[in-house]
Design a protein around this ligand. Sequence first.
Ligand code: DON
Length: 300
Amino acid sequence: MIIEETYQKIKNIDDKGQLASYIPELANVDQENFGVHISTIDHLNFGEGNCYDKFSIQSISKVLSLSLAYRILGEKIWDRIGVEPSGTAFNSLVQLEADNGIPRNPFINAGAMVISDILLSNLENPKEDFLTFVRSVSNNSELYYSKKIAESEKSVGFRNAALCNFIKSFGNIENKPSDVLDFYYDLCSLEMNCKELSELFLFLANNGCQIFDNKAILTKSQSKRINALMQTCGFYDESGEFAFKVGLPGKSGVGGGIIAIHPNQYAIAVWSPKLNKKGNSYKGMKFLEEFTTKSESSIF
Ligand code: DON
């Protein structure tokens, strides 16, 4: 089977990546971990390696917070966030000045902070309600935040604090920056394994509907648009490279996870904690490139 063969091949390559040590807790992860899991809309599941070990999904959660905000506010969210690739690093400040505090897209840290702000303003109990949303999308009550990871990131979050305060100075953050940051760190601290991640994201392969009961999480158009954003912005200044080599909408996180979607077919999750220079999993990218090439299942 292609997944098994690809897994074995990529497992043995020389990993040129580095752990995301800027968040102290993430540097404590065993860097040899490597897991992959695919879930199809026809209810097939297959995993390899460390696919049942939980890890910090970090920026992958930005797709989930966007989904919930989009569900609540509809197209109005685009008054406050753009839909263009930034071509800059995930935590860059440079474009915000010229763009008057409107982040280029919802997947850079600046954009995810505006989404966090929207959720804070619109949810009664933001932290609990977001977790309830994520659990209900995947019918999985075993999903949790990691207090340890959130606190670890907060203790060194000077750049994120700068970003949030800067956006606030343009009037594009309604709540207190410290509340927005706390919530943002909680969202990033969500933990799950590759199996849970691929099952959770199947709604984006299924036109916005859960596969176990066909209930709509998003409209067909919203699901299409989130896939488009993952394709163009999911890997920051490496989004072009991911489209070029893998050819699927996807999203990475500095915990070393990647989720990729083949609309109308499958969601596939990969986890390997060492990151390339752009902050995306080194082996995760290589695995997906080999997998979509061998299985001829890129969308292009
Ligand atoms: O704010 C941060 O820097 C992290 N919590 C998330 C960054 C991230 O995952 C970027 N993805 N590759």
